[in-house]
Ligand binder design. Structure first.
Ligand SMILES: [Zn+2]
Length: 92
């Protein structure tokens, strides 16, 4: 895939696969509160495959957020993805 060569690769925190940024969801965790990346602070990436596998991603989320509140994090993640998809749908 030569056309991808100039695009920086980002690593998914869950499966550790690398992909171009546009294929990953950029998130952040501030004070154990998960949200979409707002342009400042520490961020991390989750790939689309892992976004569909919330059981698997919850461990990585707990690690990133330094939080043991698995259900809270997973529910928040679902909320973020749903909101994000609504926004994308509106743009089309
Ligand atoms: Zn992944």
């Amino acid at each position: 895939m030569a056309e991808k060569i100039n695009q920086p690769l980002r690593m998914c925190i869950s499966c550790r696969d690398r992909d171009v940024q546009s294929n990953l969801e950029r998130l952040q965790c501030e004070d154990s509160q998960l949200s979409l990346y707002r342009g400042h602070g520490r961020s991390f990436y989750i790939c689309k495959v892992c976004l569909e596998d919330q059981k698997k991603v919850s461990k990585a989320l707990m690690r990133q957020c330094r939080s043991g509140e698995k259900d809270k994090l997973v529910n928040k993640l679902k909320e973020i993805i749903t909101d994000d998809r609504k926004k994308l749908a509106l743009k089309k």
